[in-house]
Write a protein that binds this ligand. Structure first.
Ligand SMILES: [Zn+2]
Ligand SMILES: [Zn+2]
Length: 237
């Protein structure tokens, strides 16, 4: 979709300045967003499928630490040799004047005896300006059997928001945030209190009542009211 106005044009232009994901961020995603296993054969031969190292573990246990890569592993007794894991994750950052939530898909291929292969695909971003106006820049979603089916080779472009992007916004978020001054001034303290970023960020930029609740530390109320918009309106007369 072509930008329909000045705002979307500015967002699309700014989106070309996003940096590639850092080593530290992709390391975090690998470590925290997927499961880590060692595959144990009934006789005790055990293989860490993160790094490929194998050793003998005489007694079956639930968890262990890989003696080679030090990963904490769940022990699975199995003859399986391969595993593919997929998980979305997000990063909160800024770009120009905008607050940005970047969305990624992590795909990890694991096979006994080899080091795990990681690839990370950026699905797109939510953008908010200082007034809380939103735009989505992303690859194309295709309607399929699953909510989250995308056309991975389509270009990053302005897209209509939809449940596929919304779904990904709920994924684990990298714990180091980059936040605009305006969001800080409105009371954001590096914590979403269990509220999805795509809900908290725009209301914090547009609704001073949210700022008041947050600054008063009434985060339970905030969470409750955001889930019940009408109650929120009624009680705040
Ligand atoms: Zn530029
Ligand atoms: Zn290992």
């Amino acid at each position: 979709m072509k930008p329909r106005n000045k705002f979307e044009k500015a967002v699309l232009e700014q989106s070309k300045h996003l940096r590639p994901i850092t080593k530290q961020q992709s390391k975090w995603a690998f470590r925290e967003c997927i499961d880590h296993f060692t595959y144990r054969l009934p006789k005790g031969r055990t293989t860490c499928i993160d790094c490929g190292h194998s050793w003998v573990m005489n007694k079956q246990r639930e968890t262990c630490t890989c003696p080679h890569c030090r990963a904490k592993l769940q022990v699975k007794e199995t003859y399986e040799r391969k595993l593919q894991q997929k998980q979305y994750f997000t990063l909160l950052t800024t770009c120009g004047e905008f607050q940005v939530l970047r969305m990624f898909l992590l795909i990890v291929g694991m096979e006994k005896g080899y080091k795990a292969q990681t690839s990370i695909i950026e699905i797109g971003q939510y953008w908010w300006n200082m007034q809380g106006r939103k735009a989505v820049v992303a690859i194309q979603r295709v309607l399929g059997h699953y909510v989250d089916t995308f056309s991975y080779y389509s270009p990053m472009a302005i897209r209509n928001d939809n449940e596929a992007y919304q779904h990904i916004a709920y994924s684990p978020i990298y714990p180091k945030f980059k936040v605009t001054d305006i969001l800080r001034r409105n009371g954001f303290k590096d914590n979403f209190y269990g509220i999805v970023p795509t809900q908290l960020i725009p209301v914090l930029l547009t609704d001073s009542r949210v700022e008041t609740l947050l600054k008063a530390g009434s985060t339970d109320h905030l969470r409750y009211f955001l889930g019940n918009k009408r109650t929120f309106e009624e009680l705040w007369q």
